[in-house]
Design a protein around this ligand. Structure first.
Ligand code: NAD
Length: 491
């Protein structure tokens, strides 16, 4: 049943919600006549808190603090960095329930998903704690006996990071842990729509004993804050997770000032289900994965290519499972899909459906807003949509799944690779030939065959083509935060 329901008690939620603030030079700051914005619960449209914006002076203070702190933090022992990161991992495990509930309140995902997000991120802290002790340089054999030549890896400096609302804890902790573990300092602007997680992260680092200025949290009008920080000569590296258009804009600005970038941008992930796959298992797994976080996931499967013989069986089961998803307030234990994180995504969802309809697409289930309270959109399955329709070419970033048939391997690879995106991709098959062909043939930063295995602390996460530059996680995680210095010496 797709029924949106009201939360039981707004009063209880308000009491439990994070005390929102800026975090600059080791101080939690709010008030003082600063501009504020409402944070809204998308399940009921009600404001739950006020978020202070950083003034120009606040941004300058954060930059100066990060610059000053870098002078000592860059020389800190990896053992000390590891101790702090490990402590934050422990604290986030302890606090996962409260942090998770607050994430549900400000961005809507089911509370079990939100708590899971925090728990998995504790692992990111653990991983960076271990891995920062393995930042190695190397010695290069010289051409002369009295010469020594070495490669040193040094922290790049002050980083500016911008993180989105869909995984507000995950996206922020990855950037913070990588910067801090590498010996950099960081000024981060989290998502104003869902700010509780980033404030909770700042509190944990503070309690873990991170020196003032190493981490600074600011809020404001995204375009204004990012432009100011990127242009600042203090900042040496930019890391952004968000949409492709904004990523290109920020990367251009960073390029104009010759700053390093890591860009984790949008995707349009193809799913290929071959005739020889376990079709029922694929349909069951894909419904759960597609509608996780209401489809607001950069690696969400977005184009479902099903081989002809498997098509009817897959689509029937996929539709049936989708119809059975319980949509509602993420605080309710039986909710499987919450609201869209904010109302401005609603017109976009309706436009995807309308465009598909006008091009002969069939709405098999969903396709409309649910209820009149909150920003709920029904889990939607479309069929018969042409490859050039909006939903097949533009990232839907919502709970819409278009399913189309294909005939041959070569044909489906060409269709899967036709878009400028290259983030995640998925295939289901029992044939090693097909599995090898998709691993080699898909133009994507990540290829998942017969399961979803990405975004672990020990595995690199990132896209190619328009989907981004660089990786987070895995042993690659510090690459974007380190300079390479060549040293040569003669006796
Ligand atoms: P949006 O592009 O306005 O914002 C997306 C995120 O980027 C937000 O967190 C926002 O605060 C931030 N942002 C926007 N402009 C910025 C700027 N100039 N400087 C710094 N940060 C900026 O779109 P939206 O309506 O909030 O979200 C929908 C779109 O965002 C989707 O189409 C999706 O592609 C993208 N998105 C991607 C991810 C991801 O994980 N790759 C996450 C969230 C949103």
């Amino acid at each position: 049943m797709n029924t949106a329901t009201r939360p039981e008690s707004a009063a209880v939620e308000q009491a439990a919600y994070e005390d929102l603030c800026l975090y600059i030079d080791g101080e939690f700051i709010k008030g003082g006549g600063r501009k504020e914005q409402d944070v809204v619960n998308p399940a009921n449209g009600q404001p739950i808190a006020k978020l202070p914006h950083a003034s120009r002076e606040d941004l300058d203070r954060a930059l100066a603090a990060a610059q000053r702190a870098f002078e000592t933090w860059k020389k800190s022992s990896p053992m000390e960095r590891a101790r702090i990161l490990r402590k934050v991992g422990d604290l986030s495990r302890e606090r996962a329930k409260d942090i998770g509930r607050n994430i549900t309140l400000d961005m809507g995902k089911p509370v079990a998903e939100a708590v899971g997000e925090v728990m998995s991120c504790s692992e990111h802290c653990d991983w960076h704690a271990e891995e920062c002790r393995r930042i190695y340089g190397r010695v290069i054999t010289p051409r002369l006996p009295n010469v020594r030549q070495m490669v040193l890896r040094e922290p790049i400096g002050v980083c500016a990071a911008f993180t989105p609302w869909n995984f507000p804890f995950n996206q922020a902790i990855r950037k913070i842990a990588a910067a801090i573990g590498a010996g950099c300092t960081i000024v981060i602007k989290g998502p104003e729509d869902a700010p509780s997680a980033v404030v909770a992260i700042a509190r944990m680092f503070h309690e873990a004993g991170l020196p003032p200025g190493v981490l600074n949290v600011v809020w404001g009008v995204p375009g204004e804050v990012s432009e100011y920080l990127i242009k600042s000569p203090i900042v040496r590296k930019i890391s952004f997770t968000g949409s492709v258009p904004v990523g290109k804009q920020l990367a251009s600005l960073a390029g104009a000032h010759m700053k390093r970038v890591t860009m984790e941008l949008g995707g349009h992930s193809p799913v290929i289900v071959f005739d020889d796959a376990d079709v029922d298992r694929a349909a069951d797994m894909l419904v759960a994965f597609k509608f996780r976080n209401a489809g607001q996931v950069c690696v969400s499967p977005t184009r479902f290519y099903i081989q002809e013989k498997a098509y009817d069986r897959f689509v029937a089961r996929f539709i049936e499972n989708t119809r059975n998803l319980k949509v509602g307030d993420g605080l309710h234990a039986d909710t499987k899909m919450g609201p869209l994180a904010h109302y401005r995504r609603m017109p976009a969802m309706l436009q995807f459906v309308e465009d598909a309809k006008t091009r002969g697409g069939r709405i098999e289930t969903g396709g409309a807003k649910v209820g009149d309270v909150g920003s709920f959109f029904a889990p939607t399955v479309l069929t018969n949509v042409p490859d050039d329709s909006m939903v097949m070419t533009t990232e839907p970033f919502g709970p819409i799944a278009p399913c189309v048939p294909f005939k041959t391997l070569d044909e489906v690879l060409a269709r899967a690779n036709a878009l400028p995106y290259g983030l995640a991709s998925y295939a289901f098959t029992s044939s090693t030939k097909n599995a090898l062909a998709v691993q080699n043939g898909l133009e994507a930063g990540m290829v998942n065959v017969n399961h979803f295995g990405m975004a672990l602390a020990e595995t690199p996460f990132g896209g190619i083509k328009d989907s981004g530059i660089g990786s987070e996680g895995g042993i690659e995680t510090f690459d974007g935060y380190l300079n390479t210095k060549f040293v040569t010496q003669m006796d």
